[in-house]
Design a protein around this ligand. Structure first.
Ligand code: SF4
Length: 388
């Protein structure tokens, strides 16, 4: 199949290092006390040159959004983001003011020096791994910061001029830890940050938590508690002035995450780094997950790509329904009189969706069963036209 190059405006760059692996983490992470910034920059530069030569993506002279995630990007230290700008510019890709540039950070490695250097390089949005203020839960998760860590990191970010901060908050932790969800929500609201991301605890088989659940040392996730905490967060945060604009995302007006919106819209994006995914419709590609494998393939002059797939129309339709329903913008309402319309009316009667302004939007209760609803709708006639 001949595929024309996808013009991308959004780039994700993966930072692979973490100082310790959290009990639930299944990400492409390499455990190191400090990040190897030189090796990281060298590998990303080599991959970018590869991308340019290969021609699957056309890079812009100026990006719309740049997202550095991980792993723990803050473990790469103060110079990392300047180095990243330099290697992008070397390939003709500019990161001027106005680009939404997000970098993830963990509280223990984001100090005033790192924050100021990142701000000077152009980072204007931080995603901070707060998770909880409850000390025993932080210890249980294997986090390296204490309850005051996020406050110090937030002060450092604000002092360096980065006001647009998102905090990550985890819910659905085991009841025996004694974590108060109400206390955490109250303290997060008091931080007065413009964005909050919620993550439910999931048990992945290849993690320490997965093994503990399998061996009966930890209970499985309590689904009722999970649902209760999710719905309560939606209530508390929307009452405090946040818009619940995507299943996991809350923003003050004007602070929706632009980079993530690219994923939800089905637009192309480029991913660099180990385990990173890229999308040049209809091709999705992803890199070797293991940092050393990724890096050594590049060092030997080979592509770090692990696999690629062609997303056919059938798969793309389900994906567009699922991605659209994730957001409060929803998807176009089904054709009148179709079996999809009947289904959506039933969802509305059950409090799972609203149909307004010719769009279907899930409620927070609907978001709890998003996967099932998307598959159900996809199976109906008149559900969604890929051209819409
Ligand atoms: S800090 Fe994030 S990426 Fe690193 S181990 Fe913990 S959950 Fe995984």
């Amino acid at each position: 199949m001949i595929v024309s190059p996808a013009q991308v405006g959004s780039v994700y760059v993966h930072a692979p290092f973490c100082a310790r692996r959290c009990v639930y983490c299944d990400f492409a992470v390499t455990v190191r006390r400090t990040g190897d910034v030189d090796a990281w920059l060298e590998a990303i530069a080599a991959e970018l040159a590869f991308v340019v030569r290969e021609g699957l993506f056309t890079l812009p002279s100026s990006l719309d959004t740049l997202y550095v995630g991980g792993g723990t990007p803050s473990l790469l230290g103060a110079s990392a983001m300047t180095g990243l700008v330099e290697l992008l510019e070397a390939e003709g890709v500019g990161v001027p003011a106005g680009v939404e540039w997000t970098a993830e950070a963990n509280p223990e490695s984001l100090d005033a020096v790192v924050s100021a250097a990142w701000s000077r390089a152009g980072v204007n949005r931080l995603s901070l791994g707060l998770q909880t203020f409850h000390e025993p839960s932080l210890r249980w998760m294997g986090r390296l910061h204490g309850p005051d860590g996020p406050l110090r990191a937030l002060d450092a970010a604000r002092a360096s001029g980065i006001e647009d901060v998102s905090v990550d908050l985890i819910f659905g932790l085991p009841a025996r830890l004694g974590r108060s969800w109400e206390d955490d929500l109250e303290r997060v609201v008091a931080l007065d940050v413009p964005h909050v991301s919620l993550y439910g605890l999931t048990v992945e088989p290849r993690t320490a938590l997965g093994r503990a659940v399998r061996d009966g040392r930890e209970p499985a996730v309590d689904e009722d508690r999970y649902a209760r905490e999710f719905l309560r967060a939606s209530e508390v945060l929307t009452t405090a002035g946040y818009e619940h604009y995507e299943v996991s995302s809350f923003a003050r007006p004007g602070f929706r995450a632009r980079h993530n919106a690219v994923y939800w819209s089905g637009a192309p994006y480029l991913g660099l780094g180990n385990g990173a995914h890229g999308y040049a419709p209809p091709v999705r590609r992803w890199n070797e997950r293991d940092w050393e494998t990724y890096r050594s393939r590049l060092a030997a002059g080979h592509s770090p790509e692990a696999e690629r797939e062609t997303v056919d129309d059938e798969a793309r339709r389900l994906e567009r329904i699922w991605l659209g329903l994730r957001t409060s913008d929803g998807i176009p309402a089904p054709a009148p009189g179709s079996s999809a319309e009947l289904l959506v009316r039933r969802w509305a009667d059950d409090g799972l969706a609203r149909v307004e302004a010719e769009r279907v939007r899930l409620t927070p209760a609907g978001w709890l069963t998003l996967d099932t609803l998307a598959v159900e709708l996809d199976a109906r006639d008149g559900a969604f036209d890929l051209r819409s």
